[in-house]
Design a protein around this ligand. Sequence first.
Ligand code: FMN
Length: 160
Amino acid sequence: MKAAIIYASTHHGNTKKLVDAIAGKYPVTVFDAQTVPAADLTGYDLIGFASGIAWGKFYESVERFAQASLPEGKQIFFLYTCADNSRDFAASLRAVAAERGAEDLGTYACKGFNSYGPWKLVGGINKKHPTADEIQRAVDFFAALVRKISSSSKDGKSAI
Ligand SMILES: Cc1cc2nc3c(=O)[nH]c(=O)nc-3n(C[C@H](O)[C@H](O)[C@H](O)COP(=O)(O)O)c2cc1C
């Protein structure tokens, strides 16, 4: 079974820290949506979308990649970092996935350093985020998805 993560992390590389930690532990193919606009994802069983949040949504490059490349009927998940982790910022991308008949396995989100707009004047907020603990929890989240897929696979073998 093959896994891919499509990400964009243009503000401070906050989301990339989560993606790098996962890809450092698991054999995941990583696509940077800022430089790769689309890819053939038909051979991937598990597909993650990861992004910082701008104006309440995943970055446009990730949304465009999903529109261009998400095949029908995939198992998917979402990762994001944001300034204010109290809302569901994956909603619009989740709607795209639902149109493609995707099985949504869940979302992991945490705070990320933000120095956009007025926050720049005070040196930014969430300066220490994502923390080592938050990064580890992203890896744990991915590990749980792999376990879930493994336990539901026909032969019961490790999924990844
Ligand atoms: C242009 C811009 C708009 C943003 N809009 C939001 C927002 O609507 N809600 C939020 O919680 N954070 C917002 N943020 C904060 C980022 O989502 C946050 O800093 C995130 O961790 C950046 O991730 P990255 O470093 O991976 O790009 C915004 C940041 C920028 C630069």
